[in-house]
Design a protein around this ligand. Structure first.
Ligand SMILES: [Zn+2]
Length: 345
């Protein structure tokens, strides 16, 4: 019986000019660069490779290797979206960024003279926020060259070294949640009448006087970063955590975990100042925000941002891992068996 030939079973010919993938590059970025090099329509090339018109349809790795002309092992090593759980042990992927979390532009100067550098996109880890060689901020969707602002750049680089040290010392999981909480707190403090002169100084240095900036713009994130890392250090340190959290433990376990949310009467007085809390407050004032004050009282049934953080941490002690998952999903490949890789898995 004669069957219709499958057009995609035909051998695919590689494009004339080989484009080499960058480490941790997104597949769509790599395909976009192949299209750009050969004056092809990027969307059509993506559809052809994926054999689908569906948005973000996964691209079979063998088709990508055949068309790009790059050997499959090289593609597999460079492009996180091609990884499968079996690749984890074989390619030693632990510590590499997990696809689907942080999509970044990377350092334009490392990318080199590639004229469409803005279109090269990478998967990044939490601490991949600055290129130490070129002083380019890469911690947001778009990057920002800080080499014209050496004072800000050196503060960010110093903070980044500390950030990496913290990850090595306390582990990724502890730093992941502390860093996220520290970012939220620094933002809320600045928005609620506890302004920070250091952050303002950095913004003025980068944007000039009379600046205005949106929250997730590169200049804003870079200006906050050194303060966020300082607060991350405090929130992740067992010593400082014990000073601020253990002084609040009620004499007996609350009858219901949710009582902590409403702060029962026998708990409320423990929220007032203790020597440990005073020491903690001094440390935050010295390193993060000179105007920080410990305020355990609710106003209009709402607590100050930091008090909310304390209550949240105490609540987690009584009802640990609420849904059996870690607080934040990991953005890197970790040791040990796991599934749930990127969209191309
Ligand atoms: Zn660079």
């Amino acid at each position: 019986m004669k069957t219709q030939p499958d057009p995609y079973a035909l051998p695919l010919r590689p494009v004339p000019r080989v484009v080499i993938p960058f480490l941790n590059e997104k597949v769509s970025s790599f395909v976009w660069r192949i299209a750009e090099t050969h004056k092809l329509h990027a969307g059509e090339l993506l559809e052809f490779l994926a054999e689908s018109r569906r948005n973000r349809a996964p691209i079979p790795e063998r088709r990508l290797a055949a068309v790009s002309g790059v050997p499959l092992p090289v593609l597999k090593y460079a492009l996180p979206e091609l990884w499968t759980p079996e690749d984890q042990g074989r390619l030693r992927l632990a510590g590499r960024p997990r696809p689907g979390f942080r999509d970044r532009a990377g350092c334009q100067r490392c990318i080199g003279s590639w004229r469409t550098a803005g279109w090269v996109r990478f998967w990044a880890r939490q601490e991949d926020v600055i290129c130490h060689r070129h002083w380019v901020w890469t911690g947001t969707k778009d990057s920002l060259d800080l080499s014209a602002h050496p004072e800000v750049a050196s503060e960010v680089i110093k903070a980044n070294r500390r950030h990496r040290r913290l990850i090595r010392r306390h582990g990724r999981e502890a730093i992941r949640s502390a860093y996220y909480d520290a970012g939220q707190l620094c933002r809320e403090w600045n928005n609620s009448a506890i302004p920070n002169k250091e952050i303002r100084r950095r913004l003025t240095s980068m944007l000039g006087p009379g600046w205005s900036v949106y929250r997730d713009e590169p200049a804003s994130e870079a200006a906050y970063y050194p303060n966020v890392v300082e607060l991350t250090r405090i929130l992740s340190s067992p010593y400082w955590r014990s000073l601020i959290l253990d002084g609040h433990l009620p004499a007996s376990t609350p009858r219901q975990p949710w009582e902590l949310l409403g702060v029962p009467a026998d708990f409320c007085w423990l929220m007032e100042s203790t020597p440990g809390i005073e020491q903690f407050t001094r440390e935050i004032r010295r390193t993060v925000n000179p105007y920080f004050q410990w305020n355990p009282y609710s106003s209009y049934r709402s607590y100050a941002p930091f008090t909310k953080w304390v209550l949240g941490e105490l609540r987690d002690r009584f009802t640990p891992s609420r849904y059996g998952y870690p607080k934040y999903q990991p953005e890197v490949i970790e040791q040990g068996p796991l599934g749930g890789f990127g969209s191309n898995a």
